[in-house]
Design a protein around this ligand. Structure first.
Ligand SMILES: [Mn+2]
Length: 302
Protein backbone atom coordinates (compact mmCIF):
# COMPACT_ATOMS: atom_id res chain seq x y z
CA UNK A 1 0.00 0.00 0.00
CA UNK A 2 1.29 3.45 -0.91
CA UNK A 3 0.37 6.38 1.31
CA UNK A 4 0.78 10.13 0.87
CA UNK A 5 0.95 12.35 3.97
CA UNK A 6 -0.52 15.80 3.38
CA UNK A 7 -0.31 18.40 6.15
CA UNK A 8 -2.83 21.24 6.42
CA UNK A 9 -1.72 23.75 9.10
CA UNK A 10 -5.09 25.50 9.14
CA UNK A 11 -6.65 26.95 12.28
CA UNK A 12 -8.90 29.81 11.29
CA UNK A 13 -11.92 27.57 10.79
CA UNK A 14 -11.83 27.06 14.55
CA UNK A 15 -12.62 29.37 17.45
CA UNK A 16 -9.47 28.54 19.44
CA UNK A 17 -6.04 28.97 17.95
CA UNK A 18 -3.28 26.40 17.88
CA UNK A 19 -4.64 23.56 15.78
CA UNK A 20 -2.41 24.78 12.92
CA UNK A 21 0.41 23.03 14.81
CA UNK A 22 -1.40 19.70 14.56
CA UNK A 23 0.51 18.42 11.50
CA UNK A 24 3.85 19.01 13.25
CA UNK A 25 2.69 17.29 16.42
CA UNK A 26 1.38 14.28 14.50
CA UNK A 27 4.58 13.96 12.48
CA UNK A 28 6.64 14.36 15.65
CA UNK A 29 4.70 11.48 17.25
CA UNK A 30 6.34 9.09 14.80
CA UNK A 31 3.74 8.77 12.07
CA UNK A 32 5.98 8.10 9.12
CA UNK A 33 8.37 5.69 10.83
CA UNK A 34 5.48 3.68 12.26
CA UNK A 35 3.69 3.43 8.93
CA UNK A 36 6.90 2.32 7.25
CA UNK A 37 7.39 -0.30 9.96
CA UNK A 38 3.95 -1.65 8.97
CA UNK A 39 5.35 -2.13 5.47
CA UNK A 40 3.71 0.86 3.82
CA UNK A 41 5.41 2.93 1.15
CA UNK A 42 5.08 6.48 2.54
CA UNK A 43 5.65 9.82 0.80
CA UNK A 44 5.37 13.00 2.85
CA UNK A 45 4.16 15.86 0.67
CA UNK A 46 4.81 18.43 3.37
CA UNK A 47 2.14 21.01 4.04
CA UNK A 48 -0.43 22.64 1.78
CA UNK A 49 0.16 26.41 1.67
CA UNK A 50 -1.99 28.11 4.31
CA UNK A 51 -1.76 31.87 4.93
CA UNK A 52 -1.18 33.11 8.47
CA UNK A 53 -4.44 34.03 10.15
CA UNK A 54 -2.85 37.34 11.15
CA UNK A 55 -2.52 38.29 7.47
CA UNK A 56 -6.12 37.41 6.57
CA UNK A 57 -9.40 39.31 6.89
CA UNK A 58 -12.06 37.71 9.07
CA UNK A 59 -14.74 38.83 6.63
CA UNK A 60 -18.38 37.93 7.28
CA UNK A 61 -18.77 37.15 11.03
CA UNK A 62 -21.19 34.36 10.09
CA UNK A 63 -18.55 32.78 7.83
CA UNK A 64 -15.25 33.68 9.44
CA UNK A 65 -12.21 33.50 7.13
CA UNK A 66 -14.24 31.94 4.34
CA UNK A 67 -12.03 33.20 1.53
CA UNK A 68 -8.72 31.81 2.76
CA UNK A 69 -10.45 28.56 3.79
CA UNK A 70 -11.79 28.12 0.25
CA UNK A 71 -8.29 28.67 -1.14
CA UNK A 72 -6.86 25.99 1.17
CA UNK A 73 -9.72 23.60 0.32
CA UNK A 74 -9.06 24.00 -3.40
CA UNK A 75 -5.35 23.30 -3.04
CA UNK A 76 -6.03 20.31 -0.81
CA UNK A 77 -8.72 18.91 -3.14
CA UNK A 78 -6.22 19.02 -6.00
CA UNK A 79 -3.53 17.24 -3.96
CA UNK A 80 -5.91 14.53 -2.71
CA UNK A 81 -7.38 13.94 -6.18
CA UNK A 82 -3.87 13.61 -7.66
CA UNK A 83 -2.77 11.20 -4.95
CA UNK A 84 -5.77 8.94 -5.62
CA UNK A 85 -5.38 9.26 -9.39
CA UNK A 86 -1.82 7.96 -9.00
CA UNK A 87 -3.11 4.91 -7.11
CA UNK A 88 -2.01 6.02 -3.63
CA UNK A 89 -4.03 6.77 -0.50
CA UNK A 90 -4.13 10.25 1.10
CA UNK A 91 -3.65 10.66 4.85
CA UNK A 92 -4.49 14.28 5.63
CA UNK A 93 -3.11 15.84 8.84
CA UNK A 94 -4.99 18.81 10.28
CA UNK A 95 -5.62 21.43 11.05
CA UNK A 96 -9.23 22.22 11.79
CA UNK A 97 -12.11 20.27 10.32
CA UNK A 98 -12.99 22.86 7.67
CA UNK A 99 -10.18 21.24 5.64
CA UNK A 100 -12.50 18.27 4.98
CA UNK A 101 -14.22 20.47 2.41
CA UNK A 102 -11.09 20.02 0.33
CA UNK A 103 -10.12 16.45 1.18
CA UNK A 104 -13.58 14.98 0.63
CA UNK A 105 -14.12 16.88 -2.63
CA UNK A 106 -10.74 15.64 -3.84
CA UNK A 107 -11.61 12.05 -2.90
CA UNK A 108 -15.05 12.34 -4.53
CA UNK A 109 -13.59 13.29 -7.89
CA UNK A 110 -14.37 10.47 -10.31
CA UNK A 111 -15.90 8.18 -7.70
CA UNK A 112 -19.11 7.71 -5.76
CA UNK A 113 -17.90 8.14 -2.21
CA UNK A 114 -19.15 6.85 1.13
CA UNK A 115 -18.16 8.96 4.14
CA UNK A 116 -17.69 8.18 7.81
CA UNK A 117 -17.46 11.22 10.04
CA UNK A 118 -16.15 10.37 13.51
CA UNK A 119 -16.84 13.45 15.64
CA UNK A 120 -18.40 14.76 18.86
CA UNK A 121 -20.24 17.29 16.71
CA UNK A 122 -22.40 17.15 13.61
CA UNK A 123 -20.40 19.78 11.70
CA UNK A 124 -23.76 20.29 10.02
CA UNK A 125 -24.32 23.98 10.71
CA UNK A 126 -24.78 26.62 8.04
CA UNK A 127 -24.05 30.35 8.26
CA UNK A 128 -27.72 30.69 9.24
CA UNK A 129 -27.70 28.16 12.09
CA UNK A 130 -24.12 28.45 13.44
CA UNK A 131 -23.89 30.12 16.85
CA UNK A 132 -20.19 30.94 16.27
CA UNK A 133 -19.66 31.54 12.54
CA UNK A 134 -16.69 29.15 12.68
CA UNK A 135 -16.53 27.18 9.45
CA UNK A 136 -15.18 24.01 11.09
CA UNK A 137 -18.76 23.49 12.29
CA UNK A 138 -20.08 23.56 8.71
CA UNK A 139 -18.11 21.29 6.36
CA UNK A 140 -20.40 18.25 6.40
CA UNK A 141 -23.47 20.40 5.69
CA UNK A 142 -21.65 22.12 2.82
CA UNK A 143 -20.54 18.77 1.35
CA UNK A 144 -24.21 17.72 1.41
CA UNK A 145 -25.30 20.91 -0.38
CA UNK A 146 -26.46 23.04 2.56
CA UNK A 147 -25.19 26.48 3.50
CA UNK A 148 -23.37 29.41 1.93
CA UNK A 149 -23.27 29.12 -1.85
CA UNK A 150 -19.51 29.79 -2.00
CA UNK A 151 -18.96 26.65 0.10
CA UNK A 152 -21.67 24.54 -1.54
CA UNK A 153 -20.53 25.33 -5.08
CA UNK A 154 -16.88 24.49 -4.37
CA UNK A 155 -16.52 21.54 -6.69
CA UNK A 156 -13.08 21.23 -8.22
CA UNK A 157 -13.92 18.69 -10.86
CA UNK A 158 -16.78 17.05 -8.99
CA UNK A 159 -20.30 17.55 -10.37
CA UNK A 160 -22.41 20.30 -8.74
CA UNK A 161 -24.72 19.35 -5.90
CA UNK A 162 -23.95 17.12 -2.92
CA UNK A 163 -20.37 15.80 -3.12
CA UNK A 164 -21.41 12.71 -1.19
CA UNK A 165 -24.95 11.35 -1.16
CA UNK A 166 -26.21 11.95 2.42
CA UNK A 167 -27.56 8.38 2.38
CA UNK A 168 -23.94 7.19 2.17
CA UNK A 169 -22.79 9.25 5.19
CA UNK A 170 -22.64 8.14 8.82
CA UNK A 171 -21.60 10.24 11.82
CA UNK A 172 -20.19 8.25 14.75
CA UNK A 173 -19.72 9.56 18.28
CA UNK A 174 -22.00 12.63 18.17
CA UNK A 175 -22.94 14.13 21.53
CA UNK A 176 -23.04 17.90 20.99
CA UNK A 177 -25.36 19.04 18.22
CA UNK A 178 -26.92 22.52 18.08
CA UNK A 179 -30.77 22.63 17.95
CA UNK A 180 -31.06 24.09 14.44
CA UNK A 181 -28.26 21.85 13.24
CA UNK A 182 -30.15 18.84 14.58
CA UNK A 183 -33.23 19.76 12.53
CA UNK A 184 -31.23 20.09 9.32
CA UNK A 185 -29.31 16.90 9.99
CA UNK A 186 -32.52 14.98 10.59
CA UNK A 187 -34.01 16.07 7.26
CA UNK A 188 -30.79 15.38 5.35
CA UNK A 189 -30.78 11.58 5.44
CA UNK A 190 -27.34 11.33 7.09
CA UNK A 191 -27.17 8.41 9.56
CA UNK A 192 -26.20 9.70 13.03
CA UNK A 193 -24.85 7.29 15.64
CA UNK A 194 -24.70 9.26 18.87
CA UNK A 195 -22.81 8.13 21.95
CA UNK A 196 -26.16 6.96 23.29
CA UNK A 197 -26.52 4.65 20.29
CA UNK A 198 -23.01 3.34 20.94
CA UNK A 199 -23.88 2.75 24.61
CA UNK A 200 -27.03 0.87 23.68
CA UNK A 201 -25.87 -1.08 20.62
CA UNK A 202 -22.14 -1.35 21.21
CA UNK A 203 -19.40 0.03 18.98
CA UNK A 204 -19.14 -3.15 16.90
CA UNK A 205 -22.79 -3.03 15.80
CA UNK A 206 -22.73 0.75 15.22
CA UNK A 207 -19.64 0.61 13.04
CA UNK A 208 -21.02 -2.32 11.03
CA UNK A 209 -24.18 -0.30 10.36
CA UNK A 210 -22.13 2.77 9.45
CA UNK A 211 -20.02 0.71 7.07
CA UNK A 212 -23.14 -0.66 5.40
CA UNK A 213 -24.37 2.91 4.90
CA UNK A 214 -21.05 4.10 3.49
CA UNK A 215 -20.54 1.03 1.26
CA UNK A 216 -23.99 0.81 -0.29
CA UNK A 217 -23.46 1.43 -4.02
CA UNK A 218 -20.19 3.35 -3.51
CA UNK A 219 -16.66 2.98 -4.87
CA UNK A 220 -14.96 3.43 -1.50
CA UNK A 221 -15.10 4.93 1.98
CA UNK A 222 -13.40 8.09 3.19
CA UNK A 223 -12.85 8.43 6.94
CA UNK A 224 -12.82 11.95 8.39
CA UNK A 225 -11.66 11.51 11.98
CA UNK A 226 -12.00 14.43 14.37
CA UNK A 227 -10.02 13.68 17.54
CA UNK A 228 -12.78 15.34 19.58
CA UNK A 229 -14.91 12.28 18.82
CA UNK A 230 -12.79 10.45 21.36
CA UNK A 231 -13.23 11.08 25.08
CA UNK A 232 -11.15 14.02 26.38
CA UNK A 233 -9.63 11.59 28.90
CA UNK A 234 -7.70 10.07 25.97
CA UNK A 235 -7.70 13.08 23.62
CA UNK A 236 -7.47 16.27 25.69
CA UNK A 237 -5.69 18.25 22.98
CA UNK A 238 -8.70 19.43 20.97
CA UNK A 239 -10.34 22.85 20.72
CA UNK A 240 -13.86 21.76 21.59
CA UNK A 241 -13.68 18.81 24.02
CA UNK A 242 -16.97 17.20 25.03
CA UNK A 243 -17.11 14.60 27.84
CA UNK A 244 -18.58 11.16 27.23
CA UNK A 245 -16.80 10.23 24.00
CA UNK A 246 -15.37 7.04 22.53
CA UNK A 247 -12.89 5.17 24.68
CA UNK A 248 -9.40 4.35 23.48
CA UNK A 249 -10.48 0.81 22.57
CA UNK A 250 -13.79 1.83 20.96
CA UNK A 251 -11.94 4.28 18.72
CA UNK A 252 -9.39 1.66 17.72
CA UNK A 253 -12.01 -1.00 17.06
CA UNK A 254 -13.98 1.44 14.90
CA UNK A 255 -10.93 2.13 12.76
CA UNK A 256 -9.89 -1.55 12.69
CA UNK A 257 -13.34 -2.57 11.43
CA UNK A 258 -13.07 0.06 8.71
CA UNK A 259 -9.65 -1.21 7.72
CA UNK A 260 -11.03 -4.75 7.47
CA UNK A 261 -13.45 -3.67 4.74
CA UNK A 262 -10.46 -2.91 2.49
CA UNK A 263 -12.64 -0.10 1.09
CA UNK A 264 -10.85 2.88 2.69
CA UNK A 265 -9.69 5.37 0.06
CA UNK A 266 -8.33 7.99 2.46
CA UNK A 267 -8.43 9.50 5.90
CA UNK A 268 -8.33 12.86 7.70
CA UNK A 269 -6.90 13.27 11.21
CA UNK A 270 -8.12 16.66 12.39
CA UNK A 271 -8.38 19.06 15.33
CA UNK A 272 -5.21 18.01 17.16
CA UNK A 273 -4.30 21.12 19.16
CA UNK A 274 -0.83 20.84 20.74
CA UNK A 275 -1.32 23.98 22.85
CA UNK A 276 -4.21 22.35 24.67
CA UNK A 277 -2.65 18.87 24.71
CA UNK A 278 -0.77 17.07 27.47
CA UNK A 279 2.69 15.77 26.47
CA UNK A 280 1.50 15.26 22.88
CA UNK A 281 -0.81 12.41 23.89
CA UNK A 282 -3.57 13.42 21.46
CA UNK A 283 -1.18 13.47 18.51
CA UNK A 284 0.17 10.09 19.65
CA UNK A 285 -3.37 8.71 19.73
CA UNK A 286 -3.97 10.13 16.23
CA UNK A 287 -0.86 8.30 15.04
CA UNK A 288 -1.95 5.04 16.66
CA UNK A 289 -5.37 5.36 15.01
CA UNK A 290 -3.68 5.86 11.64
CA UNK A 291 -1.72 2.66 12.24
CA UNK A 292 -4.98 0.84 12.97
CA UNK A 293 -6.57 2.26 9.82
CA UNK A 294 -3.71 0.97 7.71
CA UNK A 295 -3.44 -2.52 9.05
CA UNK A 296 -2.01 -2.65 12.56
CA UNK A 297 -3.72 -4.77 15.21
CA UNK A 298 -2.72 -3.71 18.71
CA UNK A 299 -4.04 -6.60 20.74
CA UNK A 300 -5.46 -8.84 18.06
CA UNK A 301 -5.91 -12.57 18.64
CA UNK A 302 -2.64 -14.49 18.57
MN1 LIG B 1 -15.44 18.08 13.46
Amino acid sequence: MQLDLIGVPLDFGAGRRGVDMGPSAIRYAGLRQGLEALGLDVTDYGNIAVPLAETCQVGDPKLKYMEPIIGVAQRLAERVANTLAEGRLPLVLGGDHSLALGSVIGAARGRKLGLIWLDAHGDFNTHETSPSGNIHGMPLAALCGYGASALVTLNHGVPEGPKVDPHNIAIIGARDIDPEERRLLRSSGVAVYSMEAIDRLGINEVVHRAIETACRGTDGIYLSLDLDGIDPMFAPGVGTPVPGGLTFREAHLAVELLAETKRLVGMDLVEVNPILDRTNMTAELAVQLAFSAFGKRIWGTL
